[in-house]
Design a protein around this ligand. Structure first.
Ligand SMILES: Nc1ncnc2c1ncn2[C@@H]1O[C@H](COP(=O)(O)OP(=O)(O)OP(=O)(O)O)[C@@H](O)[C@H]1O
Ligand SMILES: CC(C)(CO)[C@@H](O)C(=O)[O-]
Ligand code: BAL
Length: 279
């Protein structure tokens, strides 16, 4: 496990690995690691000769300055956790290293970014694309691993890879959950004890919703989920959408899509959490 902070050094190491014919797996993260991140790292270590994990809290994807300020940063613990799978390189750049000058690129993802997280976090996916395209250019991976918890992010990254004609295989990985079902997230550690306890209601409701599909219409189910969660005093639904998993277009009747995904964002006190489930 080697820590690298500079882009030039990273590129030089990658060139050497490539010259040796080695395959490169890449796991981009913002740190404050948990088992979700480790599952991506494990998949990469298993399927590639070399694994690079990046830890970088990317300022350009935060639409809320307070969210950026409070985002958890616990590098020592992150390194200890990563030692379980021993990725070869850990890339931890400073902000000035990635953005020696402001990135003014505007990416166009069409309708993909006009719904859900795109609509509710203006500029978020443009910032994600800025940093991921930069990281891809330094690391030049064969395979890049992303969690399905950020379902829309996976769709956006796939589209970006296609638009930029990059020969990188985007590997979506399943959501890892806590014992009570709450999707693991770095932001979970910002919850108070009571908020954390009540946050389990989010996934509990999504799992129940799955079983109600045969008996409920789409709008009836949407209403049920929102009411059920909002009835909990600690939780407030920001949006709940049922969409086709490829176009991310909202569906009105079950027959509108064979591959439906229900995506939710819930405000828990000051913390904003996302989750989704295939219906
Ligand atoms: N519970 C999870 N299961 C699987 N993958 C996950 C999970 N949580 C995050 N990931 C993935 O890990 C990668 C890095 O995500 P990130 O560092 O933002 O962590 P995070 O826990 O999603 O943090 P937050 O949600 O607080 O931003 C992303 O591809 C993300 O989808
Ligand atoms: C992909 C990513 C590391 C880019 O900053 C981030 O959006 C995340 O952690 O999901
Ligand atoms: N996991 C997505 C990163 C973010 O919330 O900014």
């Amino acid at each position: 496990m080697e820590i690298v902070k500079l882009v030039a050094e990273t590129k030089a190491k990658i060139s050497k690995f490539k010259a040796e014919g080695k395959t490169i797996g890449f796991v981009p993260t913002m740190g404050a690691l948990h088992q979700g991140h480790l599952s991506l790292t494990e998949a990469s270590v298993k399927n590639n000769d070399i694994t690079v994990v990046s830890i970088f809290v990317n300022p350009t994807q935060f639409n809320n300055p307070n969210d950026l300020k409070t985002y958890p940063r616990i590098l020592d613990k992150d390194l200890e956790m990563l030692s379980e799978f021993e990725p070869d390189l850990i890339f931890i750049p400073e902000v000035e290293e990635v953005y020696p000058e402001p990135d003014t690129r505007i990416f166009d993802f069409g309708e993909l970014e006009q719904v859900m997280e795109g609509k509710n976090r203006p500029g978020h996916f443009n910032g994600v694309a800025q940093v991921v395209s930069k990281l891809f250019s330094y690391i030049n991976p064969d395979n890049a691993y992303f969690g399905q918890k950020d379902f829309q992010q996976v769709a956006v990254i796939k589209q970006m890879t296609k638009n930029l004609k990059l020969d990188i295989n985007i590997v979506p990985c399943p959501i890892i959950r806590e014992v009570d079902g709450l999707a693991m997230s770095s932001r979970n550690m910002l919850l108070s004890e009571l908020e954390r306890k009540n946050a389990g209601k989010i996934s509990e409701t999504l799992f129940k919703a799955c079983n109600l599909v045969p008996d409920f219409g789409v709008s009836q189910l949407k209403e049920w989920v929102v009411t059920e969660i909002n009835n909990n005093a600690y939780l407030e639904v920001e949006y709940f959408e049922i969409v086709d998993d490829t176009s991310l277009k909202s569906i009105e009747k079950w027959e509108d899509s064979n591959n439906r995904i229900a995506c939710i964002t819930v405000q828990v006190g000051k913390v904003r959490l996302i989750d989704n489930i295939s219906l």
